[in-house]
Design a protein around this ligand. Sequence first.
Ligand code: FES
Ligand code: FES
Length: 171
Amino acid sequence: MAASITLLVNGQAHSVQIDPRTSLLDALRERLDLTGTKKGCDQGGCGACTVLLDDRRVLSCLTLAVQADGRPVTTIEGVAHPLQDAIVEADGLQCGYCTPGQVCSALGMLAEHRAGAPSHVTADVASHPPLDRQEIRERMSGNLCRCGAHNGIVEAIEAVASDAKSEAAAS
Ligand code: FES
Ligand code: FES
């Protein structure tokens, strides 16, 4: 039996009747024509499908559309952030297939870091570690890039994080 849900995507409400087994990824791509969110593995291994749900990063291939009912979802189509230019400037993409997931994941990751969440490589979990390359690599390790553009992606995230820090210090 189909479920009636409301998907709130990038500030727009969409009422859909959907098979309750449908993933959020398939709902976005096939029902709402939001194809910026990519399907890589469809089993939680690559990060290409990352979106923000309640401002937190999730793998949309492992999230049921019904779980997102009435909750704000942000996809790459709803993102306009300096990180996107920074990735281009740092040569952080080649084919671009992983890029929407990298951007959404990085935005979620930066918010997690601001909130003080430690990572696996944080030596002192009671501290608020600086977002150095090792921390960025670990925190972004769920997002693969088959073109090998990881160095540029990390460089772009580092640049944006450092700009945000300078702005916060100046204000
Ligand atoms: S498509 Fe979702 S993690 Fe690969
Ligand atoms: S730019 Fe091609 S997979 Fe990352």
